[in-house]
Every structure is written in structure tokens, then in C-alpha cells.
Design a protein around this ligand. Structure first.
Ligand SMILES: [Zn+2]
Length: 304
């Protein structure tokens, strides 16, 4: 059984007409999950403890998001807020924390949450992201004495997640992404600093790269680095915008490539992490792809 959250509360964050990061994304995932032949344990979204949120985002930034949300102001040109956005963003963080808790108790899961999180830095929202859901979750796992690895398979570099943990050696950040591309960083020489030296691994890929380019790097660099770090839980930032049909991304992964990634990560977690996996939705802007691919991907990644 795999836990899944595709709560309609995540449709209440409105980004404006024509915005690619739209409520329709959550609806597409929910329809796909409901139509699939897999067995799911459905859970509702959950609220968030302020104490856990401010372990990553300082109170003045949390307050800024609340004020901008109530005023309907944007945090950045592409990062639009409506009056519900603050409450929905708290639910996204809370749901991530709930899934971490469930994974520690033996049930892996996925949340089709929004707003997404991996571009959110500790004091700055950007790239459609307000709070960094996976970073708050990772910090919570560390506070429980675990060693998490955040694996970011979105087409964009998770600059926020990297920034938050750049000088930390108690968790690992691994990302492949299109480069050069938004938000700009994520080159291979960015490997962490101070205690975090070597705890960040970036695999930048030129536009047009497919599995034939990624797979050898994944085998030669990503999996050995993960193995060396020896995480005891995998936290996956899942962006379906690395799919060849995505309107924003320029990588060329197919459905089958995503399933290969999922099964490889699950096998890694089985072998090294007591099979503990949490997956959170980041990007992915083709709703047909989300509806068709997410259920199989999530099941392959999270099943026991
Ligand atoms: Zn993305």
C-alpha cells in the first residue's frame, strides 16, 4: 500500500489565468490516481507546526508570505499569491511532515501538493515556490536523528534546497537538471561548503538530453555518491517537467525512463534506507502527462 495525498485544498492556491503552475495539476494527478489499478491509502492534507516551519524559514519571511498572501501580492514576477496561498502553503509543508512521519512508521507516500517548494530559499520565494516543503521535511528528519538524502529529479535545479543545506553535512542533496536553464546555478563545481563539502552533487544536463545521457551519469556518479553518504531515508523532489512532453522543460525523458528512475531509487532505498521513501510534487506542467504517469511512477517508487 502506498499513501497518497491529492487533497482539493491544494487547488485553492490560485496563480492567475494562463499560469502553468495551476490547480489543474492537482486535479490531473487525482484523476490519474483514482483511475489507476493500484491500491492506495488516501490521506487528507495536514496543517503545519510553526516551530518546524521556522527551523528553515525565519519568522520575518513567514510573516512576509502571510502579508503578501492576504494582499494578493506577488513574491516574484512568476510567483503569484492569492488570499488563500499562505494557508495552502502551510498545508503543503504540513503534509510533507506528515508523510515523513508515516515513512518513519513504515508507510511510504507521495503528495501532489502545491505550491511547490524546491526554489524557495530560506528568506526568498521564487519560481512558483513559497515555502520549501522538502527542506522543512528534511530538517525534521535530521531532528529525529536520521540522515536524509534529497533527490531532486525536476528539470530545474532546486536552488532553494541547495542553498538551505549548502554548509551542512548531515544530509545530502542530489539533483540532475537542464543547464543552462532557470534558475541558473547547479553546476558540478557546486559541491557544498564547510561541513557540507561533498554533500551536494549536481548533474547538469544540456537541453535535449534523454536517458541515454542521464543513465550513465546516474550509475557512475549519483548512485555511488548516495551509497557513500549512506542515507537512511530518501526524500524525492519529483518534477515531471523533465518529461519530453513538458511545455517548460527541455529534457527528453520518457514515461519508461521515469519508471526506471523510480525503480532504481526504490531498490536503493530497499538496500540502504530500510525502504523509507517520501516523494513530493515539484514541477510538471503537462496535465495529460501528470494524469497518465504519476500513479505508476509513485507506486514504483514507494511500494514495499
Ligand atoms: Zn521544475
Amino acid at each position: 500500500m502506498v499513501v497518497v495525498v491529492c487533497d482539493s485544498v491544494f487547488e485553492e492556491h490560485h496563480t492567475g489565468s494562463g499560469h502553468p503552475e495551476s490547480p489543474a495539476r492537482v486535479r490531473a494527478v487525482r484523476e490519474g490516481v483514482e483511475e489507476s489499478d493500484k491500491t492506495w491509502t488516501y490521506h487528507e492534507a495536514q496543517g503545519c507546526s510553526m516551530e518546524k516551519l521556522i527551523a528553515v524559514h525565519p519568522p520575518h519571511y513567514v510573516e512576509q508570505v502571510r502579508r503578501f498572501s492576504s494582499a494578493g501580492r506577488s513574491l516574484a514576477e512568476d510567483t503569484t499569491l492569492c488570499k488563500n496561498s499562505y494557508d495552502v502553503a502551510l498545508k503543503a509543508v504540513g503534509t510533507a511532515l506528515m508523510l515523513g512521519d508515516m515513512a518513519c512508521r513504515g508507510q511510504n507516500g507521495f503528495a501532489a501538493l502545491r505550491p511547490p517548494g524546491h526554489h524557495a530559499c530560506s528568506e526568498k520565494g521564487m519560481g512558483f515556490c513559497l515555502f520549501n516543503n522538502i527542506a522543512v521535511l528534511a530538517e525534521d528528519m535530521v531532528s529525529r536523528g536520521l540522515r536524509p538524502a534529497v533527490v531532486d529529479i525536476d528539470v530545474h535545479h532546486g536552488n532553494g534546497t541547495q542553498e538551505i543545506f549548502y554548509d551542512r553535512g548531515d544530509l545530502f542533496y542530489l539533483s540532475f537538471h537542464q543547464h543552462p536553464f532557470y534558475p541558473g546555478g547547479g553546476v558540478e563545481s557546486e559541491r557544498g561548503q564547510a561541513d557540507g563539502e561533498g554533500a551536494t552533487l549536481n548533474l547538469p544536463l544540456p537541453a535535449g538530453s534523454g536517458w541515454n545521457i542521464l543513465e550513465p551519469l546516474w550509475q557512475a556518479k549519483a548512485l555511488p555518491a548516495l551509497e557513500e553518504f549512506a542515507p537512511d531515508i530518501l526524500l524525492v523532489s519529483v518534477g515531471f517537467d523533465a518529461h519530453r512532453d513538458d511545455p517548460l522543460g527541455g529534457l527528453k525523458l520518457s514515461d519508461n525512463d521515469f519508471l526506471e528512475l523510480a525503480s532504481g531509487l526504490r531498490m536503493f532505498a530497499e538496500e540502504h534506507c530500510e525502504n523509507r521513501v517520501v516523494a513530493l510534487l515539484e514541477g510538471g506542467y503537462n496535465t495529460d502527462t501528470l494524469r497518465r504517469l504519476v500513479p505508476g511512477f509513485v507506486y514504483e517508487l514507494c511500494r514495499k
